[in-house]
Design a protein around this ligand. Sequence first.
Ligand SMILES: [Zn+2]
Ligand SMILES: [Zn+2]
Length: 176
Amino acid sequence: MDCRLRRGATTFGSVKTPAELTETFRANGLKVTPQRQLLFGLMHGNTVHPTAEALYAEASERMPGISLRTVYQTLTDLASMGELRLIDVGSGATRFDPNTDDHHHVVCSSCGEVRDVYVAGSDRLKVDGLDGFTVEQASILFSGTCTACAAEVDKVSRASARGEERKPTNPKERMS
Ligand SMILES: [Zn+2]
Ligand SMILES: [Zn+2]
């Protein structure tokens, strides 16, 4: 079955500036508080796909007293306006992404780093078994080891190769 993704009225390549988000919030009848403006600023150009808790920690450093509830509410409002994407990389907590482009993700299973990737032809995938299901969105998650973690593993294994020689395994020793 040919699976064609329905493209909504998403603006491609858009990461709104804090000023534009302020406008959007006001246009939706929402109050823009200094706390919310701080969060707009922290999310602008943010490529780490933070969790609400991580963003809360960062916001608290700059504005002590900001509540986790405000952070959640602001993120949820932005998401419902289509200015943020909620993503799940299997780590248990929802991550927030200000990049509303049609893109996918790669996650390092060692350090948890999440990066954006673009997949050519993802809207023309041949999918079996949809049986008339209307697909609105599809996300592809690549997982593996990032270059920094791979280099770290390489360094450790080289160090242990240089170090103590491993005792030859006793062939008589059996696993019980
Ligand atoms: Zn990593
Ligand atoms: Zn992303």
